[in-house]
Structure formats: structure tokens, C-alpha cells
Design a protein around this ligand. Sequence first.
Ligand code: FES
Length: 244
Amino acid sequence: QPPIEKTGEKVTIYINDQPVQADKGTNVLEACRAGGYDIPSLCYLRDLNTAGSCRVCVVEIEGTRTLQAACVYPVAEGLRVHTHTARVRRARRRAVELLLSEHNRECPTCVRSASCELQALARKVGARYSRLASQPRCEPKIVKNPFIVRDYSKCIKCRRCEAVCKNMQGIGVYTPLYRGYETVIAPAFERNLAEVACIACGQCVLACPTGSLTERSYVEEVWQVIDDPAKHVVVQAAPAIQVS
Ligand code: FES
């Protein structure tokens, strides 16, 4: 989805029946936030990522039958938006529950626990992953360079790493691979980050909303890490628990 072009002109939209002035060319999410309406989002990064993949920002727009992702819906004169109807709140909760159903739930020992956007969002929308049958990916963490650990079991395919690498740093080492449940965001052909154009700037780690991308040194402090030089794969084991 290409970024929406901004022109500097203003349009009037109605958010929950209140008129709000919005920049022509911006999206409904930005317009709502500028107007003081809190809409959750996960995959969206302003001016960088408009993948529209998480569906957490859905809103009701009069004249459309289905709920719309506010982050990719352009504003237009007279647009009428409803941000917190029961249908919208239910859809947001389900979207987060679906993300959680595929997510590795080692939250208590995850290095991003308490600073994880998915965790915070789940609390905010009242999502309970136990409601859905789950099939989290359980794969070893991948350490294919000295700096960044990739953990596919926590990737929610928001593509924020891909967006910052490409649109902010101008490098673009990440790309979606495979299809459906097998999809991963990784360098082409799943190559080693040390073998591609990665400069280890860490922007992808900062952009990742979960513990899918982390700094290697930090992970090594928390986990017992055994590097398998043949596969470049880390086998992790929980830290020893002292029972007295
Ligand atoms: Fe809009 Fe993800 S934030 S679809």
C-alpha cells in the first residue's frame, strides 16, 4: 500500500457525529488521532508503514458494509466515521485474539514483557487468547549475525521491520517469505543477516512491537544460549530455577 499523498488542503469529516477538520490526503486514523479520538493500531507507522495487516484500527464508515482499517482509508469531504461502536470494539478484540492465537506465549520470560505493544494492546481491548484454539509457532530463535536475534514464534507479520529498513534506512533486507501460516518476514531466501546488506543499525529491533526481533547481547544475558555453528541456530533453555 503506497503512502497516502498529502496536499495541505482541509476537509471536514464527522467522527462520532462531531465535525473535525482533517488534512486532505491523510488517513482516517491520523484524522481521528488529531481530533483526540484514541484508536489502537499495531502495524501502522506514520509515513513508513501502511501495510494494513493487523486490522486492529478498524472503524465503521457510513456507506461501506464492512469495517475499514482506518490507517489505510483516506479522508474525504463529509466522511462519517464511528470509532467505538460495539461492532468495532468486538472486531478489534477478535483481531488481537487472532494475533495472540499464533503467538508464542512465553510472556513471563520474554525480554519484551511489559514493553510489548501486543501485550499492552491485548489488555487495552480486553483480548483473551484462551477463547480461540491456538497453534503458536514454536521454533528456535535464529542468530545469524552478532547483533540481532530473530524469533519467528513471536512475529505478527506487521512488517514494521521491513518498512523501517526499506523506507527509513533505504536498505530493505527484509521481505515476506512463504505464504499463509508459513509466512515469515526475513531476508530473501532466509539468508544470514550478516550475508546481506544489513548494517546492524537496530532500527528493526526498535520498530518490532513484540519480542520477535531483539538485541542478541540482551537475549544472551537472559537465556542460556548454545550456538550451533553448523545451523547458526540458537537452542534456548530457560534459566535454572532454584527450588529450596
Ligand atoms: Fe491499521 Fe494495522 S494499524 S491495519
